[in-house]
Design a protein around this ligand. Structure first.
Ligand SMILES: [Zn+2]
Length: 82
């Protein structure tokens, strides 16, 4: 299951990632610092170099965005020119 990721307007590397628990507010994720506002991260993972699923979802989103920009910029080709 993939979580919905929404970039925070006018801020880089910050995203709202929906909670997998229905009805909960989305969590604020900072991909640059590798931090998430969810209780699991705050109580258990912070400082451990491990990441929760929200950080992973935001990073995946960010990577896709980056790849899309590269393709749009024509710096890379989608068919490898073969
Ligand atoms: Zn989290």
């Amino acid at each position: 299951m993939s979580l919905k990721v929404t970039p925070v307007e006018h801020e880089i590397c910050r995203f709202y990632v929906e909670s997998s628990v229905e009805g909960r507010d989305p969590y604020l994720v900072d991909t640059l610092r590798g931090e998430c506002g969810c209780p699991h991260f705050q109580r258990r993972l912070k400082g451990s170099n491990e990441f929760c699923k929200h950080i992973c979802a935001a990073r995946e989103f960010e990577l896709n965005q980056h790849h899309e920009r590269l393709i749009e910029s024509k710096l890379v080709s989608t068919n490898d020119g073969i």
